[in-house]
Design a protein around this ligand. Structure first.
Ligand SMILES: NC(=O)c1ccc[n+]([C@@H]2O[C@H](COP(=O)([O-])OP(=O)(O)OC[C@H]3O[C@@H](n4cnc5c(N)ncnc54)[C@H](OP(=O)(O)O)[C@@H]3O)[C@@H](O)[C@H]2O)c1
Length: 284
């Protein structure tokens, strides 16, 4: 049995879609109504990282896990790893972040991901770490602006990020969950090239066939925008992460998607073309 956590989220949802239909799969969610229509071979376990009993139930009979946690600074990983050890789980494939390998990154999100990685390595359960660069899907946050003709804005908008398609992360995750030989490996996952927010905006404009204005955001406005969406420690971490990107720390391209899956990583243009209707393309 494979347990997919974060199964209603960006990456986990794609992992569930890709797992072979002949193996038993269970998904963990707090809100089963959000899971949508699940295939017949998929079991739904209702659970919350904050409730150990629900994790014990979800982990019964599970041998492999795709682990996604999102509570920055929290102790969800501790609780989950204890329950997984007690349930005799053999392998945990954890969604982490590329920033953990950057010695210059010392923000709250990266410190939390490093701590979670260390806990997993010391847990006694076999592990594989997936360390993606920024998700291409983060640009979906621009969709309401673009649909209503307002400018897209970003902090350090001409700095480069080798962002990755969540479908490629999921493809790698499925390989690591279903093949032997990925235990003890840490995979940094990027797209095929580094692109800036301004270039992503231009790409969307070309695909949509209409202008999409782009504006540089100054740090004070960026802080205010982050604080409207996130708690302060996360907002400050995102600002520090943007400074790392400004200084060139997020531009390196890795070949890991190709090495693990046997085909090249998808470009931002491919991701954008496949999600264009979410930007108000008029295509149903
Ligand atoms: N976005 C990026 O650019 C980026 C880059 C690198 C790394 N990451 C890392 O990727 C991870 C987030 O992945 P994602 O974007 O795929 O997820 P997401 O779309 O943010 O969704 C979060 C998932 O976590 C589940 N979840 C949250 N709290 C939970 C709880 N208390 N108990 C059980 N499940 C819980 C949610 O399930 P329910 O709501 O259904 O319960 C949901 O499926 C984070 O660790 C982040 O640091 C993100």
């Amino acid at each position: 049995m494979i347990l997919v956590t974060g199964a209603t989220g960006t990456v986990g949802r794609e992992v569930v879609r890709r797992l072979p239909p002949d193996g038993p799969v269970r998904i963990l969610t707090r809100r089963p109504d959000r899971a949508g229509d699940v295939a017949d071979h998929i079991e739904v376990a209702v659970g919350d990282y904050g409730e150990t009993r629900s994790l014990e139930r979800a982990l019964r009979g599970v041998r492999r896990v795709f682990l996604v946690t999102a509570g920055v600074g929290g102790d969800d990983d501790e609780r989950f790893l204890r329950a997984a050890r007690a349930a005799d789980v053999r392998l945990i494939v954890k969604l982490s972040a590329a920033a953990v390998t950057n010695p210059g990154a010392d923000d709250a999100i990266t410190r939390w991901q490093r701590r979670c990685e260390a806990l997993l390595r010391a847990s006694g359960t076999e592990w594989t770490l997936l360390r993606p660069r920024a998700f291409m899907s983060n640009t979906l946050a621009w969709a309401p602006l673009i649909a209503s003709g307002r400018p897209v804005s970003a902090l350090y908008g001409t700095s480069l990020n080798s962002c990755v398609d969540p479908r490629d992360i999921a493809d790698v995750a499925v390989r690591t969950l279903t093949e032997e030989g990925h235990e003890g490996r840490a995979y940094t996952l990027t797209g095929p090239e580094a692109v800036s927010a301004a270039q992503q905006t231009a790409c969307l404009a070309e695909l949509l066939g209409r202008p999409v204005p782009f504006e540089e955001l100054d740090p004070a406005r960026a802080r205010a925008a982050y604080l409207r969406r996130y708690p302060e420690h996360v907002a400050e971490a995102l600002l520090l992460g943007a400074e790392q990107q400004r200084d060139g720390a997020k531009a390196r391209v890795e070949q890991t998607v190709r090495e693990v899956t046997g085909r090249p990583a998808r470009s931002y243009a491919e991701w954008a073309a496949d999600h264009l209707r979410m930007f108000g393309s008029g295509v149903p």
